[in-house]
Structure formats: C-alpha cells, structure tokens
Design a protein around this ligand. Structure first.
Ligand code: 3PG
Length: 213
C-alpha cells in the first residue's frame, strides 16, 4: 500500500485484525505509544477526539511516526472531520452516522468508518455509499449473534465491531464472514500509559497476531 495515497475504509480494516481505540490525555505519550504499537505489528491507530489532547496527539504521531497511519476516533461533526484532517489524520471513525458527517469526511479526504447499531442506520450509510461500517457498541448491541443475523439481508456490508471487544472474545467476531477486523481499547491500558510501560503495549499488540481473519 502506498502510504501517502488516499486510503479506503477497507484498507484501514484489512491492515491488522485489531484497530486500537486510543484515549490520550498527555501529548507526551503519543509518539512512544505509536512506536510501541508499530513495534507490535499494528500501524492503523485510532486516536479519539474525546480528550482535549486528541488532536495534538494525532499531529505528533503524523509528524514523528511515518510507519503508523493515524486516524481520528469519536468524529461526530464536520468541524471534527476538518480538524482531524488538518492534524494529519488519514481516516475517521464515528460512533454514529449522519449525511453531514459522511459528506464532511469526503470533503476532507478522510476514509470513514461510520458507526451503526441498527438495520435502518446500515441502510442510510449504505445509501450514501458506505459499505464498510463500525458496529458500535458491539457487545452491548447484540454481539456476534446480531452480526450473524445481519449477514443475510446485509450480505454486501462488512463490519468492524467495537465496544466490549477483548482479546478473549475477538475470535468470535473475526470468525464471522462479515467481519474484517475488530476495534478495542484493551491494547492501551491507562495504567500502562501512566507508567510509560511501552513494552507491555508492544506485547499486547503482538498478542493480537494470533487472531486470524
Ligand atoms: C469506544 O469508542 O469507546 C470504543 O468502542 C472502545 O470500546 P472498548 O473500550 O469497550 O474497547
């Protein structure tokens, strides 16, 4: 993959079995964290915009860790999409879907993984050209059983389940034909960040390679 051309959502999903959902409160953590994940074989990194440090962290990773592909999570508005792209994000992940957000990500050149939890939301996203979707919150909304039910009517949609996914249950999702990868925050435990325990984060990333798609 040419790392500088515009990414598709499918490329974002196919790079590794897990997209880490990253919540950072300290910009000093961004670069060592990104390097630790890359060392463990994970380079698609979703840094959420739910903290004030999200954007500066995206910027720091985009500048200092060219081996990583940084994206923005918790993208909910046109302003979020524009700010994420300006900071150097290459993709966006959202907890839900609106037409305005879909258009804003297209305008900003960001691949978007829109969040859905119901059939109507899938149909709306699909109508507007999105066929690779985040299923959120995955465990709370119905888990692997719901995805299996969706594989009938929504046979042409592929999902990244996120929310309550762990190393232990990720395999149940990845075994499904309509799942390409999963998302989860377990790769970046807050206490490992606080302690600067980058080796632990690399080990958590490496452990996901046993997960097979
Ligand atoms: C989120 O956006 O909060 C993600 O879904 C992370 O969920 P998790 O913490 O349950 O992995």
């Amino acid at each position: 993959m040419n790392m500088q051309t515009k990414l598709t959502a499918l490329q974002v999903m196919q790079d590794a079995p897990v997209i880490p959902v990253i919540v950072l409160n300290d910009v000093a953590h961004a670069v060592p964290l990104a390097r630790a994940l890359v060392a463990g074989g994970i380079r698609m990194l979703e840094v959420t915009l739910r903290t004030a440090q999200g954007l500066p962290c995206i910027e720091a990773i985009a500048r200092a860790v060219p081996e990583a592909v940084v994206g923005a999570g918790t993208v909910r508005s046109r302003a979020d999409a524009q700010a994420a792209a300006m900071a150097g994000a290459r993709f966006a992940v959202s907890p839900g879907y609106t037409s305005a957000l879909g258009q804003a990500c297209r305008d900003a050149g960001l691949a978007l993984l829109p969040g859905v939890a119901t059939g109507s939301e899938i149909m709306m996203a699909q109508e507007e050209g999105f066929t690779e979707l985040k299923f959120f919150p995955a465990m709370q909304a119905g888990g692997p059983a719901l995805l299996r039910a969706w594989s009938g009517p929504f046979f042409d949609v592929r999902f990244c389940p996120t929310g309550g996914v762990t190393l232990q249950n990720a395999g149940d999702f990845l075994a499904l034909s309509n799942v390409v990868c999963v998302g989860g925050s377990w790769l970046v435990p807050p206490e490992a960040l606080a302690q600067g325990d980058w080796a632990r984060i690399t080990a958590l990333a490496r452990a996901t390679q046993a997960l097979k798609k």
